[in-house]
Each structure stands twice: as structure tokens, then as C-alpha cells.
Ligand binder design. Sequence first.
Ligand SMILES: *Cc1c(COP(=O)(O)O)cnc(C)c1O
Length: 644
Amino acid sequence: MTVPTADPVGTAWTIEDSEQLYRVPGWGDPYFSINSAGHLTVSPQGDRGSILDLYELVQSLRQRSLNLPLLIRFPDILEDRIDRLNSAFKKAIGRYNYKGTYRGVFPVKCNQQRHLVESYVKFADRYHFGLEAGSKPELMIAMAALNAPGALLICNGYKDSEYLEKAILARRLGKNCIIVLEQMEEVSEVIAVSQRLGLRPVLGVRAKLSTKGEGRWGISAGDRAKFGLTAVEIIRAVEMLREAGLLSELQLLHFHIGSQISSIKVLKDALREAGRVYVELAQLGADMKYLDVGGGLAVDYDGSKSNFYASKNYNIQNYANDVVAEIKDCCEAAKLPVPTLISESGRALASHQSVLIFDVLSVSQVPRVTPAKVGPEDPPLLRNLSETYEGLSLENVLEAYNDVTHFKEQAVSTFNLGYLSLKDRARAEQIYWAALWKIRDLVKQLEHVPDDLEELDQVMSSIYYMNLSLFQSAPDMWAIDQLFPILPIHRLDEEPVERGTLADLTCDSDGKIDRFIDLRDVKSVLELHTPRYDQQGEMEPYFLGMFLAGAYQEIMGNLHNLFGDTNAVHIRLSQQGYHIEHVVKGDTIQEVLGYVQYGAADLVESVRIQTEEALEKGLITLQESQLLLQSYERSLASYTYLSP
Ligand SMILES: *Cc1c(COP(=O)(O)O)cnc(C)c1O
């Protein structure tokens, strides 16, 4: 008979446990998964194409001097998203026998990076998808990038006569520009520009619906929304266009009730209201042909498939079905032909394609030492603490937890009053931490964890210092409490026994992540692996990935502490596995200094003059001064993040 050996900690852990813990199938399907090596994998073509080992990919990119933090874009994922959106509408159109078509437009504001927009335009061609611009600079990108004949170019945002002039003239290049009137001032302006040019624009109106969105972006709709025309204004706009002889050019109705619509019910209500406005516009004499349902198609960041704000309680097919069915109903009731349907889905197309990889620089853990013995000569506070610690058992965990927490607070106040030495305060804290470790081990045996002890993970959490600026790479996490899935991309066959929060490189205490996805909830600590150190005491590389952050984050990112753009690469699947389509090097220090008007030459000159003066005064040797200047100049050309 063989004696079973005790399982060393962690061997019973499987990759399925990791998948469940980090909710990978929920938010990542069909693009992200975990392989038997415990590495995160990417399937850029969803369930069709080949699979890349993300950890190995990162290693090989690092060998090409593409240092972390590194943004990896997978244009194949973008293509797959476009395919899915189109086929969902195709299916819905078939199912409801809808006598019109669907055309998507990508809102450029979601991610204006040239390579991404160019990839989009290439993939969009076969579906006649177009672009949406929300400002003059975006219109200029869209005009240059979009050259498929007849593809829609929807012109939103504030417009001056320069904007309008370009949008009208672009029709001469075969671009199907539709100018969406969002403010009353734009109605008279567009009439004037059209008369001046002697050209007829194609127009739309953005309706200010009463249906309010929910959550963060709910304010995009409703009576007091920033954009759109009220019922009264729509009537006036129609009259103005009629007088100018342009009513037949009013062909589109647009609405946008906000981004990340979590609940399908809100969408349905908006569709019903918009469908009615569409019908009425046609009856007022406009030559209606298009209905544009705006953005808002949500992304399931926590994988809960619920109406939680970080999720959505519908899939792309449900969305397409509702759009098609509701609009068909409205038009049928009024005996009107159905419109070409347009959606401006940004988040749903662009989020999945980029993955941000960053490394952990160091970890600050709660001390785990056996405390020194306490004797009768020690202060009563230490003796009480020690007694509680020694007497800890499964029966008294909760009481003991409250006691040690109380004693620790007392230690601090007694210290502040001058009755406890720094040495004894340190001993008290040591016993306190030792007690917490013991309590945490005991709690694992409990079936039901008392509420008070649930905070233990947070109290004992480690801080993982990451080579990243939250303000540059995930600004929405800081600004609007957005959640993104974050997890290690390797060691996923090992149990992550640590609980940690993440701190970034900036000197800002807001530069931290302590909100993580959970099932319809938010958790304050993330399960992470114990750092491993080599013989020199260097921490082994530990890589984390942030997912679904391909929309909005890059352009909203800012230069807090002058951490610049990260390195970025575009990876396409190929016969050989993959190839690197583009490399976009991140900002150098010289570049970010340029954004705040410092010239490299001036800076070097200033430091050079100071070294000369120091040399003259004998404060620095010639060799040291050379070293300093070389180091200064070298850094100007280097990455703003920490080097490996
Ligand atoms: C922001 C915006 C969009 C994109 O919204 P998503 O939620 O990213 O799809 C579409 N249309 C308008 C008018 C917008 O302002």
C-alpha cells in the first residue's frame, strides 16, 4: 500500500479553475482562452482560425525590443466583429422578412488610430459599411480614408460652415455624406452653405428622444440632453427646409441614447419612439430613406450577461432582431416602405481587438513572520495581543479578529501619546499581522464566512506595482469607474494565492486599480500569484493583461507625470502563425517633453552649462560630467516607462 503524500499547495489547481475565477469564457469567448501550459491564448478569428499563445507572443515581441507596456492589436478580431455584426443583421432581416438593408458605420471617435481605421475600411468594404465623424478633424480622416463608392459617411457633432462645406462637396467625390442636423443653428447654416455652393446636401436630423438611457451615459438622451432636436424644433426645421426647397433632401433620422446600453428594454423603448418620429417625418413630406440607431451596443466586461452596468442582458443577435422588428412594425402600421438601417456601433466593434500587456515591477506584501515572544516585563498591550494570538482557534476567530484589530489601533494611539516605543509598536504590528495570517488560514475551513471577516482579503492584500500609467492606458478606470477584465497571462495552472491591488507608476494616489470584475458585482482585490525571485533576489517577470480596452482608452489617455503612449503592434494571423503588420513605437521622453514645449537641444544645453560651471568649481570630475551628459542625452531618446 502506498501512503498518499500531501498535495503541495496549488497542485490541485487546474486551468479550468483559472477560467472560472477570472471569468474568461464570460467576457472573452470566442477570442480568449487558457491553454494547458497555463498561458492565456488568443483566437483572433474567433472559433474559426488558429490560436496564438499570448505569453509566448509577448516574449518574442520583447526579444524584438518591443518593451512593456505593450499594446497588441489583432485586426483579425476587428474583422470578426464586423462579420458578426453584419451577419446578425442579415439574419434578422431574413427572419422578419424586412424589405430593406443594414449598413454599419464605425464612429471614428472610438479609436482614431490610422492603422485601425485603415484596417476597418478594408474589412468594411465587402459589407458597404461606412464611417461616422463627430468633429471636423474626424470628418477629414473619414473623407480621406473612406473610398468605397456609396459607403455612408455620417456627419455628426458641432458643425461650422467649413465643416458643412466639406461635407457637401465630398458628395462630388462619390461619398455618401449625410449631414445630421443636431442644433437649430445648423439648419439655417446648412441652407446658407448649400445656396452659396449651389449644391444640394443630403440631410438627417438627430431627435432628442424622451426615452432615457440608463447608467453612465443615460444623459445622452432625454429632454435636457446636449444634442438633438426636440419635437418642436423638428417641426420648425422641416418648415425651414421646405421653404428653402430642401425638404426632399431630408432623408435620415438619427438618435443616440448613450453608450453601453446594458438593458435591452431601454433600446426597445427608444426604437419605438424613433420609429414614430420617422413615420411622422415622412408624412410631413421628407423623403425618408434611412434610420440611424446610433451607438450603444454594449460590451460584456464582466461576462455576467446581466443588466449590470459593466454588462448587457442581450447579445448582438437580440439587438439586431429588436432594431429590425420594431422599425418594421412602425413602418407597416403607417404603410410606409422600411428604411435602410444604420448603426454606429463603436465599443462593440473596437473593444476586443486590443490587449494591453504590462509587467509587475515589485510587490509589497503584508509581512509574514513569527513574532518574538512576549514576556511579563512587556507592556500589557503587547501581552494582551500575544495572548489573543496564541489562543486563536476556529471557535473564536471572529472575536479574536475584532480583538487584534482593536489592540492594533490602541498600539497606534498609545504610541502617539508617547507611552509606547517605536520598537514595541513594531512588535505589536508583527503580532497583529501574524494573527491575521492565522485567522485567514482558519477562515478557509469555514463553510460560512462571517460578514466581518470578508474584509480580511482586502486588509491583507498586497500591492502589485505595475509598469503602466492608468491615466495614459485606461483613463476610464480612473475617470468613470469603468471595469476591464485584468488577469495574469501565464502561471494560470497555479493557484493564485495572493490577493492584491495594482498601483501604477504615477505619483498620484488615484493611479491604482482596486476594482475588479466579479459576477454582477465589483471586487476590491484581485487573485494573483506569489512573486518568484531568482538567486540574485530579482523578481521573475510577471505579466498581466488588460482586455476589452480597444475603445476610447487610447485617445482619452493623458500625459500625467509625462508617461507617454505605449508601444503598439498589429499582429495578423498568417500561414506561419502570425506576422507583425505594424509597429508603432511609443513616445520617447523627447516627444512627451515636446508636447509641453521643451526643446531637447535647449534642455541638453542647459544641463551642459551647469556641468561646465560645476567643473570650474571642482564640484564634479570631468568623467562624471561626461557620464551625466551621456545619460541625459540617451534618456531623451528612450521610452517613458521603466526598462526591464
Ligand atoms: C459615441 C457615439 C457613438 C458610439 O457609441 P458606442 O457606444 O461606442 O457604440 C455613436 N454615435 C454617436 C452620436 C456617439 O456620440
